[in-house]
Design a binder for this molecule. Structure first.
Ligand code: KIV
Ligand code: ZN
Length: 399
């Protein structure tokens, strides 16, 4: 009996796996001026597979012959992840997506339609009942090609919850395995989005046959917070892009969600992502798309592990954890950097001097500091070369 309770306790405490659905090559690639050629897409797809994402949304096959060819090539290449192609709830789109992913080890068709009253009226000039019929027909048709069919309710963020639950119940009955609940316009507050997922979890008929997925846009800077609220309320898949690239203000950033789940919610959730690859994959995507990452971007920005004010530098030198919640090596960054500026103090100067070969005694440090602060006032940042030059004029190397 005691053994049984021990096992039960262990089972209850096991972290729930969260599927990472990467849409860098579809929603991310829609960014103006960011066209990737097929070769670049294949390199990125391989890197995503190696990173450990569960699903790669490779493109929107009907959109162009080039996109079709890329999705097809990715489907043939990818070894582990599910490869997914997007379609509208239009039969020829679905056929095209099915053709494009048919060689994948694990193929998925992602089909859907707008469900908010705004989309129903102004995009489709239709009504709620007709939209449910179209959604069901699309899922059934997709299901005739593949087992794994994901349905998206576009603009779910602004869709009435009761109606959304009806749509979701109908498409599950038609065979949908994943229900994507996009906050297409980045409209929701985290509490609203979390409540929406919770409402669906509680009210969708047959929810045990499908999983709920988040897909959040960043128009109000809330994409990551909304995705996490979704997970905490029952979503088991999160749709993300590397560096948060995507339409307008972008999509939820993969690296942010993964590190939040690992660091703050690791007792409840787990992902298959090898976080040590995050920095490298971020650079690959940024270089391939010629989309620089903002320096202060969480996790992968150049300044994410850089310290420039004297108080912080002193704290980090004493113990990195004073000012860092993540060890940079965990995300593939060699080490924290101490940047020398006019705000730096003696501790930072001594630390960087040691790195370039000068182990300074207290009186030497005082002399060096006077010289350094004048130089730092003239230059924005004193780099290793400047420092070496300055110190070699003052002292001989002591280390
Ligand atoms: O933001 C959105 O609603 C989408 C869907 C097409 C999934 O990208
Ligand atoms: Zn989107």
């Amino acid at each position: 009996m005691a053994y049984f309770y021990f096992k039960l306790h262990r089972i209850q405490r096991m972290a729930t796996p969260i599927q990472i659905f990467d849409t860098t090559l579809r929603d991310g690639e829609q960014v103006p001026g960011c066209k990737l050629n097929q070769e670049q897409k294949l390199v990125i797809a391989e890197a995503l597979d190696f990173l450990g994402v569960d699903v790669i949304e490779a493109g929107f096959p009907i959109s162009s012959p080039g996109d079709f060819a890329s999705v097809e090539a990715i489907a043939k290449l990818v070894k582990n992840a599910t490869v997914c192609g997007l379609s509208r709830s239009v039969m020829k789109d679905i056929e095209c997506a099915a053709q494009a992913v048919k060689h994948a080890k694990k193929p998925r068709i992602h089909t859907g339609i707008g469900t908010s009253d705004m989309h129903i009226k102004y995009k489709f000039n239709s009504n709620r009942e007709d939209i449910i019929e179209r959604a069901v027909a699309a899922v059934k048709y997709a299901k005739s090609f593949v087992e794994d069919v994901e349905f998206y309710a576009e603009d779910a963020g602004r869709t009435d919850n009761e109606y959304l639950a009806k749509v979701c119940s109908a498409v599950i009955k038609a065979g949908a395995t994943v229900l994507n609940i996009p906050d297409t316009t980045g409209y929701c507050l985290p509490s609203e989005y979390g409540d929406k997922i919770n409402y669906l979890y509680e009210n969708v008929v047959g929810i045990d046959k499908a999983i709920l997925s988040t897909h959040c846009h960043n128009d109000l800077g809330l994409a990551t917070a909304n995705s996490i609220a979704g997970v905490m309320n029952g979503a088991r898949q999160v749709e993300v892009t590397i560096n948060g690239i995507g339409e307008r203000a972008g999509n939820t950033a993969l690296e942010e969600v993964v590190m939040i789940l690992k660091h703050r919610l690791g007792d409840q959730f787990t992902t298959g992502i090898n976080t040590k690859q995050l920095n490298q994959v971020s650079r690959l995507v940024s270089d391939s798309m010629a989309m620089p990452v903002q320096p202060n971007k969480a996790i992968v920005g150049d300044n994410a592990f850089a310290h420039s004010s004297g108080i912080h530098q002193d704290g980090v030198i004493k113990n990195r954890a004073n000012y860092e919640i993540i060890d940079p090596r965990e995300v593939g960054v060699d080490k924290s950097s101490i940047v020398l500026t006019a705000r730096s103090g003696r501790a930072a100067l001594a630390y960087r001097a040691k790195e370039v070969g000068y182990n300074l005694f207290k009186d030497e440090l005082d002399i060096a500091y006077n010289e350094f602060i004048n130089l730092a006032d003239k230059k924005k940042e004193v780099n290793s070369e400047d420092l070496n030059y300055m110190l070699s004029n003052l002292f001989k190397a002591t280390a």
